[in-house]
Design a protein around this ligand. Structure first.
Ligand code: 9PG
Length: 522
């Protein structure tokens, strides 16, 4: 295995071919840059010591790379970096999928789960290194991508106000009430489908999906739709009729894709020719209904470890699947990937969600401190990870999730809401789920001008940006909670244990839904 001395890369960056390599660090770093696997996983500069394993473990398949979560040393997906006391940074980044970077004592090492690959190594000023890394990735993963020729569309999305309680008539009403607000896309999120796996309308959409798309298009906008095509629950017709299309492990057991909607999730083996044909048909169906903006979610399921029909590295298999999906939907559709492993998606979609979900609150004590989970929806978690993935911006549109303008149903302070809006400005990707009836006159004006302006953005520091003539400091969203100790740690373990029980999660969902419906009807 090549052992590289840092003096070899002092002046310039280098590209080295290897399956594994290590770089000997000249001194102990003060910070480590960890890059989480998929949209929702943590990306952050932290102290160079491991963080607690986030809980509950039942969520690992959908929140982290389950193959690496129990490693005792620092590691991240595809790239890693260290910062030294003098401010210089050393970056090691793979230029291919199926790779991992770790920091063990004084060596930064890269390892490919597949063949020999190209590694990018560079030392110097952080911004320059990440810029050059992105440029090298572009050459290899997105050489002729059409992306970014046009501005990202401005989106109204149903999720962060209505959650699952969408239905035909109330959506039609909202589409009308949005009036002449300058949205380009009205996107229907989770809640329209029969089951996770059965992508046909449920009883709440009696007129059907084509009628829904037509209704949106009649307002002069594009129709957007959310789907999670690579997962299914056991209750779905898809699973019941085609259990042979689902990914299994070496001992023949179905691979867990995590837990959501009060149910366990399973992953399609996208290399199975019949599953692939079904996916192609689904994309064509959705386009035929009239949806031109597709938010495909829970995509990590296509890259989980398992024994595939076609034996190939898991992320390479996922990338092939994205290629199929892209071809089937056509390049004229706008393709947003969500819950997606980051590197394999570059070049095959228009936009990528680069952080966890925002929420109407900043952070929750239980999630942040007891479960030590930086992936769970929350505005602080979202801002933190998005800023640490900002370097992806030259490669494709980066989606930081929605902003809020309404204060009626919202626990964020004015400063926190503004910070989130500023995040959208710097990402140049604007969306909201706010309901018109929740907005005061002045909030409506703020939303209108947010959608209307195109600001001049300049990065002035790791977390500081100039937005037109304002200086915006995102530092308040960056710190991770202190590592829990003593009784807090013990209590956290209990909460984590409870969170791993299906019946508790189910009960929690029912109770939460009750609370939520009360909130909506108020
Ligand atoms: C619909 C939502 C919205 C949202 C997506 C995704 O358990 N989790 O960690 C978890 C994270 C995000 C998530 C669901 C679960 O939300 O990001 O925009 O479309 O699905 O269900």
């Amino acid at each position: 295995m090549p052992l590289i001395q840092i003096t070899d890369v002092q002046v310039n960056s280098k590209i080295i071919k290897a399956k594994e390599l290590s770089i000997q660090l000249p001194s102990t770093p003060i910070k480590y840059y960890r890059h989480g696997w998929q949209s929702w996983s943590l990306a952050a500069w932290t102290d160079p010591s491991p963080l607690p394993v986030q809980m509950p473990a039942i969520f690992h398949p959908l929140q982290v790379d389950a193959q690496h979560v129990y490693k005792k040393y620092l590691n991240g997906s595809w790239l890693g970096a260290v910062e030294f006391a003098d401010g210089n940074v050393l970056l090691l980044g793979a230029l291919a999928t199926d790779t991992n970077v770790s920091l063990v004592q004084d060596q930064l090492s890269g390892r490919s789960e597949a063949d020999e690959i190209e590694w990018f190594i560079a030392f110097g000023q952080e911004d320059d290194l990440f810029e050059e890394y992105a440029a090298q990735l572009k050459i290899r993963l997105a050489p002729d991508a059409e992306i970014k020729k046009k501005d990202a569309p401005r989106v109204w999305c149903s999720w962060y106000s209505l959650y699952y309680s969408i239905e035909e008539q109330s959506l039609y009403k909202i589409f009308n009430e949005l009036g002449d607000l300058p949205f380009d896309v009205l996107q229907v999120d989770d809640g329209w489908q029969m089951d996770v796996g059965d992508w046909e309308q449920n009883r709440k959409f009696p007129a059907g999906m084509k009628a829904l798309a037509d209704k949106i298009k009649a307002t002069g906008r594009q129709a957007g739709l959310w789907l999670a095509p690579l997962i299914a629950t056991k209750s779905s017709k898809l699973f019941r009729n085609h259990s042979d299309w689902f990914l299994r492990d070496e001992s023949g057991r179905f691979v867990s894709a995590g837990f959501n909607w009060g149910e366990r999730l399973y992953a399609l083996d996208t290399t199975h020719p019949d599953a692939a044909a079904w996916l192609i048909g689904l994309m064509k169906q959705v386009r035929a209904w009239g949806f031109d903006y597709l938010k495909l979610d829970f995509l990590y399921a296509g890259a989980l470890k398992g024994r595939r029909h076609k034996d190939m590295p898991r992320e390479a298999a996922y990338r092939e699947c994205l290629r199929l999906l892209r071809e089937a939907m056509g390049t004229d559709a706008f393709f947003l990937t969500c819950g997606t492993p980051i590197l394999p998606a570059i070049g095959l979609c228009d936009a990528i969600r680069i952080g966890p979900d925002v929420s109407f609150f900043w952070e929750k004590y239980r999630d942040a401190y007891l479960l030590y989970n930086p992936t769970i929806p929350g505005t602080k978690n979202a801002i933190r990870t998005v800023l640490h993935r900002f370097w992806l911006k030259p490669l494709l549109h980066i989606d930081p999730d929605v902003s809020y303008f309404e204060s009626k149903e919202n626990q964020l302070t004015q400063e926190q809401r503004t910070l989130l809006q500023d995040l959208a400005h710097i990402c140049e990707f604007k969306a909201t789920s706010d309901l018109p009836q929740w907005l005061s006159h002045s909030e409506m004006d703020e939303l209108r001008s947010f959608l209307g302006v195109k600001s001049k953005i300049e990065r002035a520091g790791r977390y500081i940006f100039h937005i037109d003539d304002r200086i915006v400091d995102f530092a308040s969203a960056i710190p991770l909670p202190n590592v829990p100790k003593g009784l807090t740690a013990l209590w956290g373990k209990c909460v984590g244990w409870l969170g791993d029980r299906y019946f508790i999660l189910r009960l929690y969902k029912i109770l939460n839904l009750g609370k939520f419906l009360k909130r909506r009807s108020s």
